[in-house]
Design a protein around this ligand. Structure first.
Ligand code: ATP
Length: 881
């Protein structure tokens, strides 16, 4: 018989568990040994072989292989040496190895992310409710689930309260299914109709439940279909897509350039094979093959940095969106504030407000007891350690209860809970029903303005004005206010729903709790402002409480507006779009309202980061450009809908992530600047020299070597370049900004022109001017000079691109050490190839005299001098630091 048909007693017996106390620790440990971790087997990764095939099937690699074949043919038929084809193959291999190595390290970084997304479950073991890594669950464990949780294993319900579960991952049905511990289910029922069962990987959207785990890991229904559980999607970012497009366009340019060279060469009477070889190599050399890998590495490195700063990226395109974020809509509780609630004030009707430290009268004690009964939080002692379970609003209540010498378990034993309407952020209320000596009491706690009072109760009229006054007084001190009303019954009412229980309540009093702002919030709001990013507070808390805190941390300024959820509701979408820029605080909003706010900003062309933690936040998180979920307090539902998870729930982390996003974007632009300047100049040099009838200034294998050694190797190190000092004083990168915007295209053209002039100048001197008594001018001397100048000036140029405005002498050559050593290595390799006899013959280079070397060195550092002068002028004009 299957789990859904068996009786609960039967199941407990079969699994050797106790429905109240759960498993014993040693029993669970033994089961874990037998059953293994509660996790799904990893999908198989692409092996090295497949990766190699992937690399070899790249168009550029294929062209290189064709070049090697042509060169081998020339070696055989015309007696050219075998060096060239071998070098080309070696370069193909080096490129593939570099590519695979980088891909692996990027993959490792992303894998590490997956492990960080491990959820926790609430488990009862040895009678203690405790949080546990979901992967340690075993059959027989008693689990508790509530709205927002991801169900950690397949389980049979023991009890349920208004439990709704979204099972689309398993059944494809997106409407949540109503679960009921008492439902009778036939074995033949399809998955979607097994109402007394919970399935691993599905999301609780409402209510609470207790259940006994019956299957874990690959034995669960989800494990059986081994669906994708790999949350971190590896989609390409818009920028990556644009760069792929750019790569394609450049290939066309390169092939066209190759064809032109071929045509001109033939006109000048070069041999077909030589020209074919040159044309093909130029085509390859002019395409920045390493660019896509460098971009991936830059993104992966950025993602790793973000993890270090407590932001886990779940969808890679978010890195880019972060760079463009212009608005951050943030929750208050826990994100801008510490979520460490402490009750500071209590007010029982007909009395004076009391501070938490004052001696309580019976009325206040009674009020506190009622608040505690209507809370789910608990503070339990487990082997001397305190385990706090529940949300901080409720823990604050339980803490005060303890401080006043009372105990929640004893209260609950005296007034057993018979029913519950769980808290949700839309109602902003929570109700529990308890048995008492006289009958029953239904207690509702929640937002003061949502507590529906009995209009006929004497105290209501009498105390309404006073209650309002006290509430406002609390809220203006930035206190979160919780109100309490109750209702007594002789008999348990038939309908135990909100319509019955949350109507006509007797008002009992208020508590005011402080939740101090995080110490870093104020500075982070300032930093965001300096970076042209508007911070907006959206909270379920009362307007007055929200505004007081918003003012304290600099979100709500003189000219800004604070509006309530009710006012927001009255606004049309169009009106909201018009006004949204002026509104800094939204109080008493429901999560459902957040989506309108996101859309209003987006309609104004802004890129929005939005935080959320609850179940109902999911749609807004999906709609935002960077949906940001809270790692600590966030529900699994919110996390699954998000692009980024904050492991410390901290607003300041979002601002740090934005800075990192900007750094990544800028470094990709720097890589483009670096690589394209060199690639374009190669095309120009070849076309101009051949058109002038000077012959080829550099030959195929020399070009290839420059591309790998002088461009590829140092290029990778640009991903580690630090942020520009003024990056967070600039406006956000406009969403539609082209990658070449802000003068990048011009800078590339200028550099490419400069290299072309310098390389051709060197080539000209070597070929036509005899500057040394020992070595006469010749085509080969010209080629050797052109090769060294092109290689060296490219390496020198990397120090130019490291900062847009700052001098390399102030940043320091060695401040990016890997880059420095890679650059030195590249300079050395180019030098070695030009002086070591064996190498010289392979690369068809000849000896140079000291004067030649002097000229080559001077010409190679010209780009540094020119760019330093340009930066000096920019700084003098007030651009940059
Ligand atoms: P933010 O959106 O800034 O994170 P929040 O998520 O805490 O704020 P809600 O959870 O919607 O906002 O809470 C709004 C109001 O609901 C609070 O001001 C409080 O009056 C009430 N409230 C919060 N938690 C509870 C609870 N556990 N039981 C009853 N009422 C609660």
């Amino acid at each position: 018989m299957k789990w859904m048909e068996r009786t609960l007693e039967d199941i407990f017996k079969a699994l050797g568990t106790d429905q109240e106390k759960g498993l014993r620790n040693e029993q669970a440990a033994e089961l874990l040994r037998q059953k293994g971790f509660n996790e799904f087997e990893e999908e198989k990764k692409e092996g090295i072989g497949a990766k190699l095939m992937h690399q070899l099937s790249e168009v550029t690699t294929i062209i290189l292989i064709i070049a090697a074949v042509i060169s081998a043919y020339l070696a055989i038929s015309e007696g050219h040496g075998y060096a060239e084809p071998l070098v080309i193959i070696a370069i193909v291999a080096l490129n593939a190895v570099l590519g695979i190595r980088q891909e692996l390290s990027a993959e490792k970084a992303l894998d590490a992310l997956k492990n960080m997304n491990t959820p926790t479950a609430k488990v009862i073991r040895e009678g203690v409710l405790q949080p546990l890594h979901s992967k340690e669950l075993v059959p027989g464990d008693i689990i508790v689930v509530e709205a927002g949780d991801l169900i950690p294993a397949d389980a049979r319900l023991i009890e349920s309260a208004n439990l709704l579960v979204e099972e689309s991952a398993l059944t494809g049905e997106s409407v949540p299914s109503e679960k009921n511990a008492r439902a009778e289910v036939k074995e033949s029922a399809p998955l979607g109709d097994r109402f007394n069962m919970l399935f691993s990987g599905c999301l609780v959207t409402n209510g609470r439940g207790r259940a006994v785990v019956v299957a874990t890991g690959m034995e669960t229904e989800m494990g059986k279909i081994a669906a994708l559980l790999n949350n971190t999607k590896k989609s390409k970012t818009p920028l990556q897509q644009r760069l792929i497009e750019l790569g394609k366009k450049l290939s066309v340019v390169a092939v066209a350039a190759g064809a032109i060279i071929f045509g001109i060469g033939m006109y000048h009477g070069e041999t077909i094979m030589d020209m074919l070889m040159t044309a093909v190599s130029l085509a390859v050399a002019a395409v920045p093959e390493t660019l896509p890998v460098i971009v991936t590495v830059t993104l992966a490195f950025g993602i790793q940095n973000m993890v270090r700063k407590n932001a886990i990226i779940r969808r890679i395109p978010a890195v880019e969106a972060l760079g463009s974020a212009s608005v951050i809509c943030s929750d208050k509780t826990g994100t801008l504030t510490q979520n460490q609630m402490t009750i500071k004030q209590i007010w029982a009707v007909s009395h004076k407000p009391k501070a938490d430290t004052d001696a309580f009268l019976d009325t206040e004690t009674e009020l506190l007891k009622l608040f505690s009964l209507a809370s789910n939080a608990s503070i339990e002692k487990n082997q001397g350690e305190e385990t706090i379970i529940g949300d901080p609003t409720e823990t604050a209540i339980i803490r005060l209860l303890q401080a006043k010498g009372m105990n929640k378990s004893q209260l609950e034993a005296k007034y057993p809970r018979v029913h519950e309407l769980p808290f949700d952020s839309s109602r902003k209320l929570m109700t529990t029903v308890h048995r008492t000596e006289e009958g029953y009491i239904s207690i509702t706690k929640g937002a003061f303005d949502r507590i529906p009072l009995d209009p006929h109760a004497a105290c209501t009229h009498e105390h309404q004005a006073e209650a309002n006054h006290i509430h406002d007084q609390f809220a203006e001190q930035a206190l979160r206010v919780l109100a309490l009303g109750y209702k007594r019954y002789d008999e348990l009412p038939e309908q135990l729903d909100a319509a019955e229980l949350e109507q006509g309540l007797r008002f009992a009093g208020l508590v005011g709790m402080i939740d101090p702002p995080r110490p870093e919030s104020k500075a982070a709001v300032q930093a965001a402002k300096a970076a042209g990013i508007k911070t907006v507070m959206i909270t379920g808390d009362h307007m007055a409480t929200a505004s007081a805190i918003a003012r304290e941390i600099g979100i709500l300024e003189e000219e800004d507006l604070a509006i309530s959820g009710a006012e927001l509701e009255r606004m049309s979408d169009e009106e909201l779009k018009q006004k949204v820029r002026d509104i800094s605080v939204y109080g008493r909003v429901s999560p459902e309202d957040k989506i309108r706010i996101v859309q209003a900003w987006q309609a104004n062309g802004e890129v929005v980061a939005m935080t959320g933690d609850g179940v109902n936040d999911a749609p807004a998180l999906k709609a935002a450009d960077v949906g940001t979920a809270m790692g600590i307090t966030g529900t699994d539902v919110a996390k699954s809908a998000s692009d980024m998870v904050l492991t410390d729930d901290n607003f300041a982390t979002i601002v740090d992530a934005v800075a990192e996003g900007r750094r990544v974007y800028e470094n990709i632009r720097k890589t483009l600047y670096f690589l394209l300047s060199c690639n374009f100049s190669e095309i120009l040099i070849m076309i101009i020299a051949v058109a002038l009838g000077w012959g080829l200034p550099v030959i195929a294998i020399q070009l290839l070597l420059i591309n790998v050694v002088a461009d590829g190797i140092p290029g990778f190190c640009l991903s580690r370049e630090k942020m520009e000092p003024d990056a967070m004083r600039q406006k956000p990168i406009p969403k539609q900004a082209g990658i070449f915007s802000n003068g990048l295209g011009k800078k590339i053209a200028l550099q490419a022109g400069l290299y072309t002039i310098l390389t051709l100048a060197g080539f000209y001197v070597g070929k036509f001017v005899t500057v040394s008594d020992h070595i006469a001018a010749s085509h080969e001397v010209g080629q050797t000079m052109a090769f060294v100048i092109l290689g060296w000036s490219s390496v020198v140029h990397i120090f130019n691109v490291r900062s847009n405005t700052q001098s390399i002498f102030s940043i320091g050559f060695m401040s990016n050490l890997p880059l420095f050593w890679c650059a030195m290595l590249s300079i050395f390799i180019i030098f070695g190839v030009a002086v070591i006899p064996g190498m010289m013959s392979i690369f068809q280079l000849v000896s140079l005299s000291a004067v030649h070397w002097l000229i080559v060195t001077l010409l190679s550092i010209v780009p540094l001098v020119v760019v330093e002068l340009m930066k000096l002028r920019m700084r003098a004009n007030g651009k940059g630091a």
